[in-house]
Design a protein around this ligand. Structure first.
Ligand code: PAF
Length: 282
């Protein structure tokens, strides 16, 4: 792998690659890489001539300073991990000042209501921060394809909207959530859980998977009552939200309709760690 810490050096490399018409894939990450990230990287390697993995903990998308400070990071480990996948990977791990020029200016975007509920509601300004860095990376790298995990489904939908709105020529590709054996969705935050809480964390999967299996036969009232009761019985987990929303515009569903796609979205806190997950229901 090649590691670039400065965008000026990355630009030189990219200019060379573009001259040769190479197809470029981008996998934006915040590091602390796990198998979920690697599945995106492997897909990018398959579909492009060169793959760039950005590793940048974007302060602009954290609405909680403590959360930002405690976000896991280990650049050496990440680089070794990527190198074990392919020696051709280009890693871009810039310093904050190289990106924000000492002036952390977050743009305000119109997401047409995609940001109104779930993460957008509970993490004020989060998606403006995400869209600021992702559109910056798109302008810098000008990738043919960019890969994002469905675990952050709302983020994926917002980025799909962002490229349409800003006429950015990139294919935004959503990739399936990778799960542990017990169903827990892979996340960089999982390593912050103690052994006891890590075991309990699979309950997050259990509840949405139950709703997925029984979606057709349950009313919305029954589903919401089930989810509330489920967590009432688990003192270690604090439910932040559980929402059934339509998959395209991400508006919470008032009434189930045929021919519409729905997803269950969930956010919880346990052991001081915030976890999210979502699943397609039909
Ligand atoms: O999903 C993430 O890890 C981040 O939100 C992203 C897309 C890398 C932007 O910082």
């Amino acid at each position: 792998m090649i590691l670039f810490r400065k965008k000026s050096n990355l630009i030189i490399k990219l200019t060379n690659l573009k001259k040769n018409n190479f197809k470029i894939g981008l996998v934006p990450t915040m590091g602390a890489l796990h198998k979920g990230h690697i599945s995106l990287v492997e897909r990018s390697i398959k579909e492009n001539d060169y793959s760039i993995v950005s590793i940048f903990i974007n302060p602009a998308q954290f609405n909680n300073k403590k959360d930002l400070k405690s976000y896991p990071k280990n650049l050496t480990k990440d680089c070794n991990y990527l190198d074990s996948i392919s020696s051709d990977i280009i890693i871009f791990a810039p310093e904050i000042n190289d990106i924000y020029d000492n002036n952390l200016s977050v743009k305000k975007f119109n997401f047409y209501g995609l940001d109104k509920f779930m993460e957008g509601k509970h993490r004020k300004g989060h998606f403006n921060g995400v869209a600021t860095i992702v559109s910056y990376l798109f302008r810098l790298v000008k990738p043919n394809n960019a890969y994002f995990g469905e675990k952050d489904f709302q983020q994926l939908r917002i980025i799909q909207q962002l490229v349409i709105d800003n006429n950015i020529k990139v294919n935004v590709i959503g990739c399936e959530t990778i799960r542990e054996k017990d169903g827990l969705a892979l996340s960089s935050r999982n390593i912050k859980l103690s052994k006891h809480y890590r075991k309990i964390a699979s309950k997050v999967y259990e509840v949405i998977n139950y709703v997925r299996i029984n979606f057709a036969s349950m009313s919305l009232v029954e589903i919401y009552t089930y989810a509330d009761k489920f967590f009432d019985n688990i003192s270690e987990i604090k439910l932040e939200y559980f929402t059934i929303a339509e998959s395209k515009f991400l508006q919470p569903v008032k009434e189930k309709m045929k021919n519409k796609q729905y997803r269950a979205f969930i956010a919880v806190k346990l052991d001081g760690v915030r976890l999210i997950d979502n699943m397609e229901l039909n």
